[in-house]
Design a binder for this molecule. Structure first.
Ligand SMILES: [Zn+2]
Length: 82
């Protein structure tokens, strides 16, 4: 798997986390239900970036893969020369 660039990581995090409101699990479900009542196709989802919940389009499998990748990348940063 290719390594994400810093810009790609930032864009991903911004799209699925930073720009969204963060909720608790129960509230996220209520918000999603209310929005669906107005015809929006949204779902609550657990955010892999901040461990909170957001409401929006469920990230695609591809996004989830990339996000998992970015979290690994953050947990185990590529080795820097010492
Ligand atoms: Zn988040």
């Amino acid at each position: 798997m290719d390594v994400l660039t810093d810009v790609e990581v930032e864009q991903l995090v911004e799209r699925m986390c930073t720009r969204k409101r963060r909720y608790g699990r129960v509230v996220a479900r209520q918000v999603a239900e209310r929005m669906r009542g107005r015809g929006r196709r949204v779902s609550p989802y657990r955010c892999p970036c901040c461990a909170g919940w957001h409401v929006g389009h469920v990230p695609s499998i591809e996004s989830v893969t990339r996000i998992a990748q970015l979290i690994r990348q953050r947990a185990y940063p590529p080795k820097e020369p010492t």
